[in-house]
Unconditional design. Structure first.
Length: 204
């Protein structure tokens, strides 16, 4: 029997995490607006590209949500090894770089087993996801930005513009972030397919 792809197992675990979050909202007042769950980090990257899996789910909510216990699900990777996925309850976007309209501009995602009238799952746009990676800007963050560029989901001009706007509300020294923006834009430009560059030259 063919072993399921790790992405399939990852997505099943992800769906189960969100299903359990929904269960925590069962006591919400009927007729009220659904709680919005904004997915960021590696989980958002996977939803946007189908690549890279991560053990933690970074997310914020449109209002306070009471989670009675840690939410985690075990699954197996492509080699059959046990892995654990969990909702990171310590995730906080307050100290990172994020545009003030990032949540407003996020996109809804349909999750099997999740009632959108109770829990509306949304993922950050590719550009806003790239911006959130500029403050810390680890090797993994750089790889993620390059992946978004390789998938033709972002361009350097849009990321630069959005990041500069986000700096207005940034808590911290903006100088290192400015450097990260410049490096990120060079990385993004390096991922442009040659064909795209050729088309631009042909229009001159």
């Amino acid at each position: 029997m063919k072993r399921p792809l790790v992405q399939d197992e990852y997505r099943k675990a992800f769906n189960e995490i969100l299903s359990r979050v929904q269960q925590s909202l069962q006591g919400a007042q009927p007729g009220s607006q659904p709680v919005r769950m904004y997915v960021a980090g590696g989980a958002a990257l996977h939803l946007l590209t189908g690549a890279r899996v991560t053990e933690d789910i970074d997310a914020t909510f449109s209002r306070k949500v009471l989670l009675n216990e840690d939410i985690e699900v075990s699954y197996r990777d492509a080699d059959g090894r046990a892995r654990l996925m969990y909702l990171d309850r310590n995730y906080n976007d307050a100290l990172g770089l994020i545009h003030e309209d990032a949540y407003q501009d996020s996109k809804p995602v349909d999750i099997p087993g999740v009632d959108g009238k109770l829990l509306e799952v949304r993922v950050l746009s590719p550009v806003d996801l790239a911006v959130t990676k500029l403050a810390r800007f680890t090797d993994q963050d750089r790889d993620d930005i390059q992946l978004l560029a390789r998938k033709r989901l972002i361009d350097s001009a849009a990321v630069r513009r959005r990041a500069q706007q986000a700096l207005a509300g940034y808590v911290g020294d903006p100088a290192p972030v400015q450097t990260s923006i410049e490096i990120a834009c060079r990385l993004i430009d390096a991922e442009r397919p040659p064909a795209a560059a050729g088309k631009r030259r042909s229009k001159r």
